[in-house]
Design a protein around this ligand. Structure first.
Ligand code: GLC
Length: 504
């Protein structure tokens, strides 16, 4: 199998609204992102994945897409997106964008047409009677329109589900893929990739979805080295692997790893299961610690329960900040040493914590709103990044950021961390640099170790060892290249990962 760029890539996720603001309106945009491309180059990533940048009423942070062939005016223009793609490519950074095929926006032309004309509803799920399905964000999955019919929305009411039994929908998305491939994008992250089709009794993982991805793969292949990445949350590994057959998607997110508690036996089980799922089908595994939907690792790893579960997100579960920070550093080196692709969600490289103390009236996430406030939602991991300076907006832009940044982030700005050799930012920079030379795609070999230790070698001879126990353990033989925390002589302290060269 040929070694292509995406197989071992480090992919940086940009949540555009919160990355950098170029025009002072308090919302991140393409101008801000373009101005920070040198930062991303210096960090050592191979590709950027952007959350949806399309025109949107923002009922779900842009996952309610009103027009798949343009750019949200708050973010910039189509011409600017093209300039951004060219600038990223000049720096040898690939660009992956989100595509949202399960649902649209109530503001889309198609849905407006369907509302106006009951004869034009075949592209969505209109019924005379709703069934008992609940929305993934809480509350019923059906909303009634003025003439009495109901439409299905697995997410917010502003996100009507497409009817993939309608050939128009197939044609539309193939055309959307081409539209962006023609403009130079290197791949798509496919939102809610396992949902698309519905039967009377199920909306997840119906067999027909695979025909769609076979067709999309043909389209992608026409353009050369483009990549299709699925957001596939399926606990059944056999079902999951079907999305990665050689004529379907190239890779998919590893949510087992992302949700896994900081426990050695569980992590080892998930790593082994991931490798066993991917290696026989020749697809690279992906290692993800965070994204725009989940609690920031620094906070999660400091809690009594270190697993992540959407429904389990709670207000005010206490977190030991120092412990969480130490573990997040150890987890980052573990994730970056594993074979395949690694994802870094913006701010993860700065060690940002979840912002739990947001004023309720500023929270925007429909998960918060639709749960009646019971679920804190995802705003806490979407707070605008701190770049520089001593007070908000910390160089994010000239305006007041759309979500407030904590005062304490003065210590976490990219500028402050750049100057501190021991910072999270410098840990990520060094690790991504070494990873590029020594890690990436391939396999691993486990080394014998005690039950609290994960130790393995990679084909390049690099050894990675993580201590998840409560006391120090001896380091394996070799020269230490990098460690997530201070080492005592020849031992590895708890909640620490080290990378070593293996002696010849
Ligand atoms: C995906 C996105 C999430 C969004 C949902 C509905 O899970 O990651 O942010 O709310 O799809 O589009």
């Amino acid at each position: 199998m040929s070694q292509t760029w995406w197989r071992g890539a480090a992919i940086y996720q940009v949540y555009l609204r919160s990355f950098a603001d170029g025009n002072g309106d308090g919302v991140g945009d393409l101008a801000g992102l373009r101005s920070r491309l040198p930062y991303l180059k210096d960090l050592g990533i191979d590709a950027i994945w952007l959350n949806p940048w399309y025109p949107s009423p923002m009922a779900d942070g842009g996952y309610d897409v009103a027009d798949y062939r343009d750019i949200e005016p708050v973010f910039g223009t189509l011409a600017e997106a093209e300039t951004f793609i060219a600038e990223a490519h000049e720096l040898d950074i690939r660009v992956i964008i989100d595509v949202v095929p399960n649902h649209s926006s109530t503001a889309s032309a198609w849905f407006q047409q369907a509302l106006a004309d009951p004869g034009a509803r075949a592209r969505f799920w209109f019924r005379d009677e709703p069934n008992d399905w609940q929305s993934i964000f809480g509350g019923p999955a059906w909303t009634q329109v003025a003439d009495g019919q109901w439409y299905l929305h697995l997410f917010a009411p502003e996100q009507p589900d497409f009817n993939w039994a309608d050939p128009d929908v197939h044609r539309e998305f193939e055309d959307v893929l081409r539209f962006w491939f023609d403009r130079g994008v290197d791949g798509f992250r496919i939102d809610s990739a396992a949902l698309l089709f519905k039967s009377d009794t199920s909306y997840e993982d119906l067999d027909e979805v695979h025909d769609v991805y076979r067709r999309w793969r043909e389209v992608a292949d026409e353009y050369g080295e483009r990549v299709l990445i699925g957001e596939v949350w399926l606990p059944d590994q056999e079902r999951f692997a079907r999305y990665l057959r050689p004529d379907e998607l190239h890779t998919a997110f590893n949510f087992d790893f992302l949700s896994c508690p900081w426990e050695p036996a569980e992590l080892r089980r998930v790593i082994d299961l991931t490798l066993a799922t991917h290696i026989p089908i020749g697809a690279p595994p992906t290692w993800v610690l965070s994204n725009h939907d989940v609690t920031r690792p620094v906070t999660r790893y400091g809690r009594a329960d270190t697993a992540f579960a959407h429904g389990g997100a709670l207000h005010g579960s206490p977190s030991d900040a120092e412990l969480g920070y130490r573990r997040a550093r150890a987890a980052a080196l573990l994730a970056m040493a594993l074979p395949g692709c690694v994802y870094v969600y913006q701010g993860e490289e700065l060690g940002l914590p979840e912002v739990e103390a947001l004023p309720d009236e500023l929270r925007q996430d429909p998960m918060y709103v639709r749960s009646g406030g019971a679920n804190p939602g995802r705003d806490g991991c979407r707070v605008p990044l701190p770049w520089s300076g001593d007070e908000p907006p910390f160089g994010f832009g000239d305006g007041r950021p759309w979500l407030p940044q904590p005062e304490g982030w003065r210590k976490l700005t990219a500028e402050a961390q750049r100057a501190d050799l021991g910072s999270m930012l410098n840990l990520y920079r060094t690790a991504l640099g070494l990873r590029r030379d020594l890690l990436g795609d391939g396999t691993l070999g486990w080394l014998p170790s005690g039950p609290d230790v994960l130790a393995f070698t990679r084909d390049s001879g690099l050894t990675c060892v993580s201590n998840l126990g409560t006391g120090p353990v001896p380091l394996p033989a070799g020269t230490v290249l990098l460690a997530s925390g201070p080492l005592d002589d020849a031992t590895l302290p708890p909640d620490t990962t080290a990378w070593l060269t293996t002696p010849a």
